[in-house]
Design a protein around this ligand. Structure first.
Ligand code: C5P
Length: 250
C-alpha cells in the first residue's frame, strides 16, 4: 500500500512545528494548547497519555489541534492493528510504531489505521516508524542486544523495512534526517525532535538542530518541547520558531 499523503500544508510554518506537551497534567496541557491559538500540532506522549488517556487526545482534537500520538506501539500484528485502529478513531493524525515489530505488524497497523479513520469520517493518519531510540549508545546497543550490525547501518535498514511495509514516515534524530531524506524523498514524512533555536539551553539534548537547519536537512515537521513550553512567554517563543521556519521555507 502506498504511503499516505503528508498531512500538512508545507508552506505554513505553524504546520511544521509540533509542540511536545511533556511534564503537564491533562488540565495544564489543555490550557496550554488553548492559550496558543496559532498552535496547530501537539504531541501527546506516554506521560500525558498515562495521565489523561484517550479523553485528552479527543479534547485536543476537539480544540482543533492536530495530535501526534507518540505511544511507540510494538507488539504482535493483531495487537498493533487493534491499537492503531483505536488511535486513528481518536483523531490522532500521526501515530508512532516501532519498526522492529516487523513488516507484518507494520502492514497490519497501517491498514487498520487507515480503515478505522475512514469509518470514523476522519482523515487517514500517517504512521511514523521509530527505528532505534536515540538513548542507545552504539557500544551498549551492540553489547546488550547482541546485534552485530553497526547502529549507524541499522537505522536506515529499519527505515527501509518500514517504508516497504507502507509506513508513511519515520521519527529521526537530527543526525539521521539528511541521510533518511536522501533515501526516502517527499512525501515520506520525517519528524525530528532534538530542536533548539539558537541561544536556547540544550537541557538534556546533546545533538541538536535549529528549526532552520531541520528544514534545510529535509525534516517534514519538527518536535519542540521545552524551548516553547518552558519559555517565559510560550506564545512569543512559538512565534519566533514559526518565523525562523518561515524564513527557511522562503
Ligand atoms: O523539550 P524537548 O524539545 O527536548 O522535547 C523533545 C521531545 O521529543 C520530547 O517529547 C522527547 O521525548 C522527544 N524525543 C526526543 N528525542 C528523540 C525522540 C523523542 O527528544 N530521539
Amino acid at each position: 500500500m502506498a504511503p499516505l499523503a503528508a498531512p500538512f500544508a508545507a508552506a505554513d510554518p505553524a504546520e511544521r512545528i509540533i509542540v511536545a506537551l511533556d511534564g503537564m497534567d491533562p488540565d495544564q496541557a489543555l490550557a496550554f494548547a488553548i492559550g496558543l491559538p496559532k498552535l496547530r500540532w501537539v504531541k501527546v506522549g506516554l506521560e500525558l497519555y498515562a495521565a489523561g488517556g484517550p479523553v485528552v487526545v479527543q479534547q485536543l482534537h476537539d480544540q482543533g489541534k492536530q495530535v501526534f500520538l507518540d505511544l511507540k506501539f510494538h507488539d504482535i500484528p493483531a495487537t498493533m492493528a487493534g491499537a492503531c485502529r483505536s488511535a486513528a478513531r481518536l483523531g490522532a493524525q500521526l501515530i508512532t510504531v516501532h519498526a522492529c515489530a516487523g513488516s507484518e505488524a507494520l502492514r497490519a497497523a497501517q491498514e487498520s489505521a487507515q480503515e478505522s479513520a475512514g469509518v470514523a469520517g476522519l482523515p487517514a493518519p500517517t504512521l511514523l516508524a521509530v527505528t532505534v531510540l536515540t538513548s542507545w549508545d552504539p557500544a551498549r546497543f551492540a553489547a546488550e542486544l547482541k546485534i552485530t550490525e553497526p547502529l549507524a547501518n541499522y537505522v536506515p535498514q529499519l527505515a527501509q523495512l518500514a517504508a516497504q511495509a507502507g509506513i508513511g514516515g519515520c521519527v529521526c534524530s537530527p543526525l539521521e534526517v539528511a541521510q533518511l531524506r536522501a533515501d526516502h524523498p517527499v512525501p515520506f514524512h520525517l519528524v525530528t525532535p532534538g530542536i533548539r533555536p539558537a541561544g536556547v539551553a540544550l537541557g538534556d539534548q546533546q545533538r541538536v538542530l535549529t528549526p532552520a537547519q531541520a528544514i534545510s536537512a529535509g525534516s517534514s515537521q519538527m518536535v519542540i518541547g521545552r524551548p516553547i513550553t518552558a519559555a517565559p512567554d510560550p506564545a512569543a517563543a512559538f512565534a519566533a520558531c514559526c518565523a525562523e521556519v518561515g524564513a527557511a521555507l522562503a
